[in-house]
Ligand binder design. Structure first.
Ligand code: AIR
Length: 450
């Protein structure tokens, strides 16, 4: 569907539905509420961050037929905040209400095989890769892709999970076995000059606006910091934006789209697509005329697109992963000493290693300064948290049993925030059998990307 709003724009106080209730959904629903929309989120986790923002939280699996039908009947438009919900769920919704982005766009972005095929069909450069669907594919794959290489599951990878580095044919066979002999993509381990992303918004009528290209630095497979504008040549910017625009147009995409790219020997290659707002676009909350979440609401509702201009010369964003909570709550007052720093916490009820709990943003006269300021702020919060005998006010902590630890961490003594919402709060509607929170968390951690 090119335009989910052929019947006209969805204007406030209509109701917007969101599949997925993590931090991306939380910010999108904040933007929606600010504009006067009513909101419903569907997420199986009763503690989902967006559940605290939405007017109604449907607590059910993403493929629960009753919950999907309820969402479709109450919402004027439904969107997604991550690519885990199946395209089939979106198709079901699209039978009764407007849906953006489309089930097809979601299907392409959630499967690395389809994604690679699509990019190649569009003539968009990607790094050397091979598809592995069966043991018989292994010999040809190791011939086509030089080692070292990275073996990635085609579906369900997330922040470096579902990925293994391999250096020889023997390691490739072992790695494929370790990943469960599921469908995989083998990619050459490239020597990257830069990792960058293009965040754009495309409307149902085909208008496209792009934000300034962002530069991303990963640590351990997880985004660590982003800076904008990216420190790349104008030529790289032009190619990156052109490739991302071609992707959006070929998919007849409606919504905010993030395209992750590599710069290798001065050339731009597309890495992967995210059919939603993106971690590398969080700086827009504090340094763009229209943030990526407000833009998402505008696109999916058929409203005119907002300005993507920066409101500061440069910005830097630093992620706050759950590891930083291992000694208690970090010292946010110390992080905020510099007036150009802003704190964002997502309201997650459990901290665990590698889990995105929040981020800091700094604006500045140039990228070097903004990066320095945001890193200094993050370090300040950490140093103070670990100071022996430091006495700071913090929320009540509780100790969880292994049984209670749903992230595969927190065994016995790891402190967790005790900020669980009452499950029978007004506005929360449970569908079907009670969600299995352990397996839900496991599936979230096999969600794609960032
Ligand atoms: N997300 C989506 N794709 C990748 C990421 N990181 C965001 C979404 C999703 C949330 O992360 O907002 O709902 C899941 O976070 P967690 O910490 O529960 O795994």
């Amino acid at each position: 569907m090119t335009d989910p709003h052929s019947g006209g724009a969805v204007v406030p106080p209509s109701t917007i539905g969101m599949l997925g209730g993590g931090q991306l959904g939380r910010y999108a629903l904040m933007a929606a509420r600010q504009m006067g929309y009513r909101t419903i989120v569907l997420d199986p986790d009763p503690d989902a961050p967006a559940g605290a923002i939405a007017d109604v939280h449907l607590v059910a699996p993403y493929d629960d037929a009753n919950a999907l039908d309820h969402l479709a009947s109450r919402c004027d438009v439904v969107t997604v905040e991550f690519e885990n919900p199946s395209a089939v769920s979106l198709e079901r919704l699209a039978e009764h209400t407007a849906v953006a982005p489309s089930a097809n766009a979601l299907a392409v972005a959630q499967d690395r095989r389809l994604e690679k095929r699509f990019l190649c069909e569009q003539g968009i450069p990607v790094g050397p890769f091979a598809l592995i669907g069966a043991a018989s594919d292994l010999p040809s794959a190791d011939g086509a892709v030089p080692f070292p290489a990275i073996l990635k599951t085609t579906a369900g990878g997330y922040d470096g999970k579902g990925q293994l580095t391999v250096c020889s044919p023997g390691e490739l066979a072992d790695a494929w076995a370790e990943l469960g002999q599921v469908s995989c993509v083998l990619e050459q381990h490239l020597d990257l000059e830069r990792e960058i992303s293009v965040l754009l918004a495309r409307s149902g009528s085909g208008d496209v606006v792009a934000y300034p290209v962002t530069e991303n630095i990963h640590v351990g497979g997880i985004l660590d910091v982003s800076v904008v504008p990216a420190r790349v040549s104008d030529r790289v910017v032009v190619h990156a934006v052109a490739f991302a625009t071609r992707v959006a147009e070929a998919l007849e995409y409606v919504g905010v789209l993030a395209v992750e790219l590599f710069v290798v020997e001065g050339e731009v290659l597309v890495n992967e697509l995210a059919p939603r707002p993106h971690n590398s676009g969080h700086w827009t909350l504090d340094a763009a005329a229209t943030d990526q979440f407000a833009q998402q609401i505008r696109t999916v509702c058929g409203l005119p697109l907002g300005s993507t201009l920066m409101t500061a010369p440069a910005a830097a964003m630093a992620n706050l992963l759950g590891d930083r909570w291992s000694n208690g709550e970090p010292d946010w007052a110390a992080a905020l000493v510099d007036p150009d720093v802003r704190l964002h916490l997502y309201g997650k009820s459990r901290a665990s290693p590698g889990r995105k709990m929040g981020h800091l943003t700094a604006t500045g006269p140039d990228v070097t300064t903004a990066l320095h300021v945001v890193q200094r702020a993050r370090t300040a919060s950490e140093t103070n948290a670990r100071a022996p005998g430091a006495q700071r006010a913090r929320p009540a902590l509780r100790h969880v049993d292994a049984d209670d630890a749903t992230d595969g961490v927190g065994h016995g003594t790891r402190p967790h925030y005790d900020q669980h919402l009452a499950h029978d709060e007004p506005g929360e509607v449970a569908f079907g059998p009670a969600p299995d929170r352990r397996s839900d968390d496991a599936s979230r951690h096999s969600a794609d990307d960032e």
